[in-house]
Write a protein of this length. Structure first.
Lengths: 415, 469
């Protein structure tokens, strides 16, 4: 028989969103009523192995390295009274708010009054990108690379090509450099790399890395060990092979939505994230979602602030202050946007976390004029001073949509 | 066996064995296991550093009934017999098998007209369980199929099986019965001598009185070493796409196209690991090592998939790989004994060889016996090995309360996507035929085979592999 635990709140995922939610929840509930589960050995999530600075600005108002940030968030959650169980893998559902969990100490069944899914995001690997060629050693994602280097102290190779030129790609460059692996080339299918670098702190430090724009990877070369990668210019169709022993696929984020899908939660079109309203409720009562599983992938501090937001909404639900949600108005992202989060606006709900709507653009638009419409009426429009750029989340002030009729037709957001 | 020299090194020669089996794929492993059940000394050789690391590893992993073989062929007979033998062996050893059944689906009038002929062929092959289906019945069984199916034929006995565990179980049992498993032994020459044939390999010579050639893609090359020139292996590349486990409900059965002369065509199949497979392509190559995937292959599969099951293509691809089938220039297995050279060829064993493996082993044994090898069954044999369960249809360690209570390592999930525990990885590393590398570990545990492709677990898995060295 599984050991049955019955906390008020179970948070799945001890990354920035989950830990911040737990730190906020625990002092406001009786002792021992908040449980955080994480499948890794240590709490902290992705920042644990991002060994460079840039973390904590928006939530902790300090600049920390990833590992220091992970420790700070963990300490706060523990100090607040949250229980964190690591090496605890949620393997399925045993009811609407009940989880099956495997741990080295045995099987658990966690039956909670509220569940917060903070399972994060991962990068799309080479196979899912359908990059043909051989299947040698030496092809990784940034996540795998940083795990290897920062948690296991091992070097992947001597000479790398990085696919992507967004902030995580620069993070990969730094990681490679720290173990003496040169980055021979970065590739991006977009035409303007500097629009990324300009917004990326690490990018400024490593501008000596050549970036091949409008370039795609067409073949992986090498039997046994990687020897090179064939790239193609999108316009000229010219191909060439770049010698390398390491190939890192960066970005192209996917939500870790397995639990959301197996629960049968409604999903957001475009991202596959669980669909939530601005209170971060999913389609199952008492099940919430927060962090990069909703918007793959924004910065860690933005994910953390989701955690703060969701905590407040969970407390309202537990206190019976939140009426059962009625039908909402869908928020729809028009092209060039791929997705929007949150995706639902309901009567009586709060503004979204940080009073911003988060969107992902498939194209670079340098001077984006955002328009929000409902039932043929323009609710708001504004030219935003930052570009809409693939590779980073595009943030739209909530006030452009705040005037929507929450009983009206779909609200559309486009350029 | 190798003799230890005074200085602790080993003498160059191995043997003489009674029988050397060249090729530790599913067929060679089955032959070695069968022969090692007799009063014989047996060596199982492979050019690679693991068993089942060639053609056998990238198979569509279907346990075939043989319903669509050409009646009267050796293949028809051996697949049919092998199906029964392997079903029983899987039961005994824990090789995962899932009885999904298959549907042949007709999309054109021509294909629809072919179905009754296939039904008759199944009966001629001794398989009586086929059931004709209307289009509505086809959609009732697999609702996610794309529009336009005209009708079908159900083949309830077709099943999915773990091809990795099959080869590993057979080789493990061969070894338990006393066979020497000699890896990294590419046979470069075969020289007749008074004690038998001496096989020259980079890691030293192996001498055996009898030799069985189950070398798969290299079977014609090895055959030539014995002075024969009777067939040519053409590597036929089959590319496969493996979709995310979340797609599994879309494919409750194997969906087969109506076969053509170029093999069985593109199918959609549930996998034993809980994924869905789309493939294979069929492309004849010259290069026997070219297991690269291609843009053309992807385009072809995606175009086919879009028609067969459009919803499948909305899911993420977990893995893409290519396998090489050992196609030969004739329409049957080529299994022949050369009594003078004390040599048996098992060539042209295409993808059905997985299903036929145990029957092929019996057949090879009988040919050896007829050619003069004394076959005396051993009276006391070790029990068959009990293999770790890699299948989704039966419970795995991460859900086994009792196992975890006895050893917490079975509760420590290392590969999150495939839910492989530290205990299973440790067991694989300590098994009688341990993996030589990460790929070998993947085939023994499923570690790193999941949707994240190592984003979370690769470093951890590689550390466990390294720590064991």
């Amino acid at each position: 028989m599984s050991t049955i635990l019955t906390p008020d709140v179970v948070v799945v995922g001890a990354g920035p969103a989950g830990l911040t939610a737990a730190a906020r929840l625990a002092p406001r509930l009786p002792p021992g009523r908040v449980l955080v589960l994480d499948r890794e050995r240590e709490p902290g999530g992705i920042p644990r192995h991002s060994d460079h600075t840039g973390y904590g600005l928006r939530d902790l108002h300090r600049l920390l390295t990833g590992p220091a940030y992970a420790r700070a968030l963990t300490e706060r959650a523990v100090a607040a009274g949250a229980a964190i169980r690591t090496e605890a893998t949620v393997t399925g559902w045993a009811g609407e708010r009940a989880l099956e969990v495997t741990t080295p100490q045995g099987l658990l069944r966690v039956e909670a009054r509220a569940v917060v899914l903070a399972t994060g995001a991962r990068e799309r690997p080479r196979s899912a990108r359908l990059v043909p060629g051989d299947r040698p050693e030496g092809v990784l994602t940034t996540g795998r690379l940083q795990n290897l280097v920062h948690l296991h102290g091992r070097a992947p190779g001597r000479r790398a090509v990085i696919v992507g030129a967004e902030s995580v790609s620069w993070s990969a460059v730094l990681t490679l450099r720290s173990v003496g692996c040169t980055t021979a080339l970065m590739t991006t299918e977009l035409d303007v790399p500097e629009s990324y670098a300009a917004f990326t702190h690490p990018g400024r430090l490593v501008l000596d890395v050549p970036v091949a724009t409008r370039t795609r990877v067409v073949r992986v070369v090498g039997r046994g060990r990687l020897t090179g990668v064939e790239i193609e210019h999108l316009d000229t169709r010219r191909r060439r092979i770049v010698d390398c022993d390491t190939l890192v696929f960066t970005g192209d984020w996917l939500p870790d939505n397995e639990l959301a899908r197996t629960a049968g939660l409604d999903l957001a079109p475009g991202s596959g994230s669980p669909l939530t309203d601005t209170a971060l409720r999913t389609s199952t009562p008492g099940v919430f979602a927060a962090g990069n599983v909703l918007h793959p992938a924004d910065t860690a501090d933005v994910a953390a602030l989701d955690g703060r937001h969701v905590a407040h909404q969970v407390l309202r639900t537990l206190a019976g202050q939140q009426p059962a949600p009625g039908p909402g108005v869908p928020l729809i992202a028009d092209a060039p946007f791929r997705w929007i989060a949150p995706g639902l606006l309901r009567p009586g709900d709060p503004a979204p976390p940080r009073s911003r709507l988060l969107l992902w653009s498939a194209e670079l638009v340098r001077i984006p004029r955002v328009t929000v419409c409902q039932d043929g009426r323009v609710l708001g429009h504004r030219t935003l001073p930052w570009p809409a750029s693939p590779g980073r989340v595009f943030r739209v002030p909530w006030r452009l949509a705040a005037g929507a009729d929450r009983r009206g037709g779909p609200v559309r957001i486009g350029l | 066996m190798a003799e230890a020299a005074g200085d602790g090194t080993y003498a160059v020669g191995d043997g003489p064995y009674d029988v050397a089996v060249i090729g530790a794929g599913v067929v060679g492993a089955a032959v070695a296991r069968e022969l090692a059940g007799h009063e014989l000394s047996v060596a199982l050789l492979d050019a690679r550093d693991d068993v089942g690391a060639g053609t056998s590893k990238a198979n569509t992993a279907i346990l075939h009934t043989g319903f669509d073989a050409t009646p009267g062929t050796l293949e028809s007979r051996l697949v049919r017999r092998g199906y029964a033998l392997l079903s029983a062996y899987a039961e005994a050893t824990g090789i995962p098998v899932e009885r999904t059944g298959a549907l042949l689906v007709a999309w054109t009038d021509e294909e629809l007209e072919t179905l009754p002929r296939l039904h008759d062929k199944a009966v001629a092959n001794g398989y009586d369980d086929c059931v004709p289906l209307t289009a509505d019945e086809v959609y009732a069984q697999v609702p996610a199929l794309g529009p336009g199916a005209l009708g079908g034929l159900a083949v309830p006995g077709e099943s999915v099986i773990c091809s990795w565990t099959t080869t590993l179980a057979l080789a493990t049992e061969a070894r338990a019965r006393g066979a020497a498993v000699l890896l990294g032994r590419r046979v470069e020459a075969a020289e007749p001598g008074p004690a038998g044939t001496t096989l020259r390999t980079p890691a030293g010579d192996v001498t055996a009185r009898w030799v069985v050639n189950a070398a798969g893609l290299a079977a014609d090359t090895v055959d030539a070493l014995f002075g024969h020139d009777r067939f040519t292996v053409t590597p036929r590349r089959g590319e496969l796409l493996v979709y995310d486990k979340l797609a599994r409900p879309l494919a409750p059965r194997i969906v087969l196209p109506v076969p053509s002369s170029r093999g069985k065509g593109v199918l959609i199949s549930p996998t034993i690991y809980g994924n869905v497979m789309l493939g294979p392509t069929a492309e004849d190559l010259a290069d026997r090592g070219d297991t690269a995937t291609t843009a053309a292959g992807y385009d072809f599969l995606l175009a086919r998939g879009e028609r067969l099951m459009p919803r499948l293509l909305r899911e993420e691809v977990t893995a893409a790989y290519a396998g090489l089938r050992a196609a030969i220039d004739r329409d049957d297995y080529l299994v022949e004994a050369d009594a003078r050279r004390r040599y048996v060829l098992a060539g042209g064993i295409r993808s059905t060889g997985l299903s036929a493996s145990l029957a092929l082993a019996e057949h090879v044994r009988d040919l050896l016996g007829a050619a003069g090898l004394a076959l005396e069954p051993r009276t006391e044999l070790p029990a068959p090995p009990r293999m770790p369960n890699l299948g989704e249809a039966a419970p795995r360690p991460y859900r086994d309360e009792e196992l975890i209570a006895g050893d917490g390592a079975y509760g420590r999930v290392v590969c999150f996507c495939e839910r492989v525990t530290e205990g299973e990885i440790r067991d694989a590393l300590r098994s009688p035929l341990p993996p030589a590398d990460v790929d070998g570990l993947r085939r023994r545990t499923r570690a790193m085979n999941g949707r994240c492709q190592g984003f979370y677990c690769a470093a951890e898995v590689e550390a466990l592999l390294g720590a064991d060295r």
